[in-house]
Structures are given as structure tokens and as C-alpha cells.
Ligand binder design. Structure first.
Ligand SMILES: [Zn+2]
Length: 79
């Protein structure tokens, strides 16, 4: 039984494929895309807040459909 414990787990599911992205298990944690959009007056969704989560593989599939490529910049890492 998994739901016997009252655990505060922050679970995120990929909107596209439905798989669980983030768990409390730090070892298995993976990066993912998180979009939060507050639609404004000039949209047909005025006042609605939409949230989307995508796992990395679904992000790759999604962005490959774009006419223009995703802008990619390298993070400057402090070594
Ligand atoms: Zn996915």
C-alpha cells in the first residue's frame, strides 16, 4: 500500500506521455520543462492560468515540430 503514509511528495507528471517526472527520490530526479502561462485580456482565455510539464524526451519531440529552432545558449559554468 503506497498511500498509507501522509507523505508530502511533489509529484509532477508529463502532460504529453503521462509519466511521473519528479519524485522524492533524489537519485532518480530528472530535469523537465515547466511552463506557466497567465492568459491576459488579449487572449480568449483571459484570467486563466495554464500549467504544462513536459519530460525531456517529450520536449525534444515537441520542439522538433517547430518551424524555427529553439534558441540554445550555453550556461557559463564556474569550474
Ligand atoms: Zn513525456
Amino acid at each position: 500500500m503506497e498511500d498509507t503514509m501522509d507523505k508530502k511528495v511533489h509529484e509532477i507528471y508529463c502532460n504529453s506521455c503521462g509519466k511521473k517526472i519528479e519524485t522524492t527520490d533524489n537519485i532518480k530526479r530528472e530535469d523537465y520543462l515547466s511552463i506557466k502561462k497567465e492568459w491576459g485580456y488579449f487572449s480568449k482565455k483571459d484570467g486563466e492560468i495554464h500549467s504544462i510539464f513536459l519530460c525531456e524526451s517529450c520536449y525534444d519531440i515537441w520542439t522538433k515540430q517547430f518551424k524555427l529552432p529553439v534558441k540554445v545558449e550555453k550556461q557559463t559554468e564556474l569550474l
